[in-house]
Design a protein around this ligand. Structure first.
Ligand code: FCB
Length: 437
C-alpha cells in the first residue's frame, strides 16, 4: 500500500441485520419478508432461518469490542425496518430505535464510524401484504421510515446507504424468485426496480444534510459483445443511469417494453427524484459476469457462462482485476463520483476453529488481491473513500443458509463463539501498515 491514503479514507467491515441479529421476536420487532420466506419450506438450504443467526442483538457489545480489536475504522450495518416500524408504517417501536442508537453510540465510543443501511432486504411483511415494492406506496413508506430514522439517529449516524443492491431485490426476489418475497414475474420485477430507485431518491431527500448513497452490485460483463451489452444494461446501466444521469438507458427501455409493454410505473418527475444528488455511490463487487448469446433466455436473450477456476464456494470467479476495471469504467462513463466499496469478500470452506484459530489462506489472498486492485484504481485517480469487507462475521447467507461462510471472524453457531480467522489478522495488519503504524 502506498503511504498516502486520501484524507478521510476508512477501512471497514460490513454486515446486515437479518443475517446477524437473530432475536426476531424480541422487544416488539415485526415480521419481515425474510422471516416469512425462510420459514417457508424449501426456500432456504437446510430449512435454516435468521431466527437466531449470530445472536448479535444480544452480543453486540462484544462484537463491537472485537471489531475494534481488529482495527476496523468503519462499520456498515443495516437497520431492520420491522424492528423500528413493526407494521412498516404507523407507530414506531422505541425499543428498536434504542437498539440502533446504542449500537451507533457504541461504535463512536470505540472510534468506529457508523454507516447505516436503511434497506438490506428485510421489508416489513405488513407492507408486502399491501403489495410490497411492486406498489408505489412502498417507496413513500420508505421515505417516511428514512425521515423517522434521520430524526431519531441523525445526530449519531451521519453516513447512510438507502437501498442495498436494488438489482438483487428486484430481479432475484421478483423475477428469479429465489430470494424473498419469492415472486417469479419479470414485469413485477421491473416495477419493483423502479420503486426501489424512487424510494432511494425520496429517502435521499429525507436524509438531506447527511452523507447519503445507494449501494449497487456492479460487475464488468464479458462475452459475446451484444449479449454482454444487454447484460451490462440490465445489471449496471439500469441502475447507474437513473441515479447518476436521471434517465433509463434507451436500449434497455426498448428491450423491456418490447417484451412486457409500457413501463407505465415511471411517472413524471420520478427520474428527477431518483437523480437527487448524493454524496457517494456505494459499490459491492464480488465477481465479473460472463455471458453468451442464448435466444431461449427471456428477456435478455443471453445466458450466464459458468466460470472456470479459481472460484469461491459460491461458484463466483475470483478476478481482482475486475474491481479495477469496474471502477475505471464508472469514472469514464459517469465522471468523478466519490465511491464507497460497501462490500467485497469471499465464501470458502474453512477448517474448524478447534484450536482457537482458523486458517483461511484463500480468503486472505482474495482480500489482499482485491485491496491491491482497489489501490490501482485509486492511483489512477478514482475517488474511493471507503472499503468494507463482507463480512465481519460468518452469517445467514440468505437462501444458502449458514453453509456459505463469508466472515473474517468464524462463528460457531452452536456456542456463538467468535474466532478471528487469519484473514482478520491480515486485515488488521494491512490497516496498520496503511496507517504507517
Ligand atoms: C450481497 C449482499 C450481502 C451478502 C453478500 C454475499 O449480495 O448484499 O448481504 O449476501 O452478497
Amino acid at each position: 500500500m502506498a503511504p498516502t491514503l486520501p484524507p478521510g479514507f476508512r477501512f471497514g467491515v460490513a454486515t446486515a441485520a437479518y443475517q446477524i441479529e437473530g432475536a426476531v421476536s424480541d422487544d416488539g420487532r415485526g415480521e419481515s419478508i425474510w422471516d416469512r420466506f425462510s420459514h417457508t419450506p424449501g426456500k432456504v438450504v437446510g430449512g435454516e432461518t435468521g431466527d437466531v443467526a449470530c445472536d448479535h442483538y444480544h452480543r453486540w457489545r462484544d462484537d463491537l469490542d472485537l471489531m475494534q480489536a481488529l482495527g476496523a475504522e468503519a462499520y456498515r450495518f443495516s437497520i431492520a425496518w420491522p424492528r423500528v416500524l413493526p407494521a412498516g408504517d404507523g407507530e414506531p417501536n422505541p425499543a428498536g430505535i434504542a437498539f440502533y442508537r446504542e449500537l451507533a453510540e457504541g461504535l463512536r465510543e470505540r472510534g468506529i464510524e457508523p454507516i447505516a443501511t436503511l434497506y438490506h432486504w428485510d421489508l416489513p411483511q405488513a407492507l408486502q401484504d399491501r403489495g410490497g415494492w411492486a406498489a408505489r406506496e412502498t417507496a413513500e413508506r420508505f421515505a417516511e421510515y428514512a425521515a423517522l430514522i434521520a430524526a431519531e439517529l441523525g445526530d449519531v449516524v451521519t453516513e447512510w446507504i438507502t437501498v442495498n443492491e436494488p438489482w438483487v431485490v428486484a430481479i432475484v426476489g421478483h423475477a428469479h424468485g429465489s430470494k424473498a418475497p419469492g415472486i417469479s414475474d419479470w414485469p413485477t420485477a421491473l416495477r419493483v426496480s423502479h420503486h426501489l430507485l424512487l424510494g432511494h431518491g425520496l429517502a435521499t431527500q429525507a436524509l438531506s444534510g447527511a452523507e447519503v448513497g445507494i449501494t449497487l452490485n456492479l460487475a464488468p460483463v464479458h462475452g459475446d459483445p451484444e449479449a454482454a451489452r444487454r447484460w451490462d444494461g440490465h445489471l449496471n446501466r439500469w441502475f447507474l443511469d437513473p441515479v447518476l444521469r436521471g434517465e433509463y438507458p434507451a436500449d434497455m427501455v426498448e428491450l423491456y417494453e418490447r417484451e412486457y409493454g409500457p413501463l407505465d410505473c415511471v411517472k413524471d418527475g420520478d427520474l428527477a427524484t431518483i437523480a437527487t444528488p448524493t454524496g457517494f455511490l456505494g459499490v459491492n463487487y464480488y465477481t465479473p459476469i460472463r455471458v453468451r448469446e442464448d435466444e431461449s433466455e427471456r428477456p435478455l436473450r443471453a445466458a450466464q457462462v459458468e466460470p472456470g477456476p479459481p472460484t469461491t464456494t459460491m461458484g463466483w470467479e475470483v478476478a481482482p482485476e475486475g474491481l479495477t476495471e469496474l471502477l475505471l469504467r464508472v469514472r469514464a462513463d459517469y465522471g468523478d463520483v466519490p465511491i464507497a466499496i460497501t462490500e467485497n469478500g469471499a465464501a470458502y470452506e474453512d477448517p474448524p476453529a478447534d484450536n482457537g484459530s482458523v486458517e483461511d489462506p484463500e480468503r486472505t489472498a482474495y482480500l489482499e488481491s482485491h485491496l491491491a486492485a482497489l489501490r490501482v484504481a485509486m492511483d489512477a485517480g478514482v475517488d474511493v473513500r471507503r472499503y468494507c469487507v463482507w463480512s465481519f462475521l460468518d452469517n445467514f447467507e440468505w437462501e444458502h443458509g449458514y453453509d456459505q461462510r463469508f466472515g473474517i471472524v468464524h462463528v460457531d453457531y452452536a456456542t456463538q463463539r467468535r474466532v478471528p480467522k487469519r484473514s482478520a489478522r491480515f486485515y488488521r495488519d494491512y490497516i496498520r501498515a496503511a496507517r504507517g503504524d
